[in-house]
Design a protein around this ligand. Structure first.
Ligand code: EPZ
Length: 429
């Protein structure tokens, strides 16, 4: 398993490109299942989770073509799709595999998808996905670890319905929106997620001929159509990669331009960074971030909530800032029940954090010292890299495969900005 070796103390200067959003790419790859025509996605990030999803849809018979013209473009042909099953072996490694359920049911009237199971940050059930599809007429049985979905005898399509999910669910909204696009009649999704990735998916579906309005608000209305066409769509920039690099520059100090970053998708985080003393300005082509380093900052309390609030996917990274910025702060994680796995590892670096239930209290201004730490989940691993950038001496981050799921060669981008970071392949012990 690869490790990252990081020697702290270097400021970050220069310019990097922000890749396409992982959490938009994953549903948009599944949207290709809704049509027999070719779908081209551009600005596709080179991530492990993207490779996993491509493997999953290819296992169903989707033809995947890497466009020679541009290394970040893919063309998907689901005309020859001959399997409507998502096998446990692939689904167990990535929860987002559940996103094939809605499209398969909508286009083929049946699907057999392994239950995703929990992950490091929480149980993460999919009951709302199932509830919504049943409201649209699907017959769903959960047995032997699989979701078996079909349509009632004699019915060839899902039927539009008015669905209010019990809580805001990002992939739940995406699954139901994709299913509704080919349903018979109108579907209204209330309590819908409003993340920019939902809006980006809706814009892609509209290019395919779907009739959708209200995306980006808590009520989305979808009028089903008989079939959908192919399209070409550029994936929206990754707001979480953007936020991660903003936090890295904030704590390390420096002057960096994030090309392709979209300010409007990260207001809650940018507001907190400005309150902390970081300069973040929009430019013609992205965001310009400047910081005098950790000791110049002021720790900021925050609580994670659904979009447009402070995103849970930025909680660990901003906590790394609060650990080294002078001042005490509290962080409340309201979305997932176990998203403080990074705390123990940060304490090994010298962080002063206590956790009580959903609340973490941070006594900031710590001087961190390099140590061996272990990544436990995607965003936790990013927060350890950020902390290591300002720790005295060398830090070794183990289990870097967590980082590779959602960041496109983070160490290469950080090296290009002046960080002392390198990837080593650990000898199997
Ligand atoms: C998406 O996960 C993202 N993943 C997550 O990003 C992100 O943290 C999360 O939304 C919240 O913003 C993708 O988009 C691929 P939810 P998702 O359904 O859809 C509960 C990352 O780091 N819930 O919005 O799985 C659930 O347990 C990843 O990039 C149910 O109870 O999250 C959670 O407490 C991590 N039943 C809350 O709702 C359901 O049927 C929000 O979950 C669905 C969800």
């Amino acid at each position: 398993m690869d490790q990252l070796l990081i020697t702290g103390g270097q400021p970050l200067n220069g310019s990097i490109h922000i890749a396409g959003a992982k959490n938009a790419t994953l549903p948009e790859l599944c949207a290709a299942l809704l049509t027999a025509q070719p779908v081209t996605l551009e600005n596709v990030p080179a991530l492990q989770d993207v490779r996993t999803m491509l493997k999953l849809i290819a296992s169903m018979g989707v033809h995947v073509q890497d466009d020679v013209a541009s290394s970040n473009a893919l063309t998907l042909h689901a005309g020859g799709l001959d399997k409507t099953e998502a096998h446990y072996d692939l689904v167990k490694t990535m929860r987002a595999s559940i996103l094939v359920l809605g499209p398969l049911l909508a286009r083929f009237g049946k699907a057999r998808v392994s239950l995703p199971g929990g992950c490091a940050i929480g149980s993460r059930p999919v009951d709302q996905h199932i509830k919504g599809l049943e409201a649209m007429g699907a017959v769903i049985e959960v047995a032997h670890g699989y979701i078996e979905a079909s349509l009632p005898v004699g019915q060839t399509r899902l039927t539009g319905a008015h669905i209010t999910t019990d809580m805001v669910t990002v992939t739940g909204t995406e699954n139901l929106m994709m299913a509704a696009a080919l349903a018979d009649g109108v579907t209204v999704l209330d309590n819908a997620a409003q993340e920019p990735e939902i809006t980006d998916l809706a814009e892609m579906l509209i290019k395919m001929g779907a009739r959708i309005e209200g995306h980006g608000t808590s009520r989305i209305r979808i009028e089903g159509v008989a079939s959908l066409n192919g399209c070409s769509h550029a994936v929206v920039a990754d707001r979480i990669e953007t936020g991660t690099f903003l936090c890295a520059v904030a704590v390390a100090g420096g002057d960096v331009h994030l090309h392709n970053a979209r300010a409007g998708h990260l207001d809650a985080v940018i507001d907190k960074l400005r309150e902390a003393g970081v300069s973040v300005e929009s430019t013609e082509t992205g965001l310009h971030v400047k910081s005098a380093g950790a000791s110049s900052l002021k720790a900021q309390s925050f609580r994670t909530t659904e979009y447009p609030g402070f995103p849970t996917d930025m909680q660990a990274q901003f906590m790394a800032l609060n650990v080294v910025a002078p001042g005490s702060s509290t962080v409340v994680e309201t979305i997932f029940e176990n998203r403080y796995m990074h705390v123990q590892e940060m304490q090994r670096l010298g962080a002063r954090i206590t956790v009580e239930g959903k609340t973490a209290v941070i006594d900031g201004g710590a001087t961190l010292s390099g140590a061996h730490v272990m990544a436990t989940d995607l965003r936790a691993s990013a927060s350890l890299v950020i902390a290591a950038l300002v720790a005295d001496g060398e830090t070794t981050v183990e289990r870097v495969y967590h980082l590779d799921r959602g960041y496109d060669r983070m160490e290469v981008k950080l090296q290009s900005l002046g960080a002392h970071i390198q990837r080593v392949s650990a000898k199997p012990n």
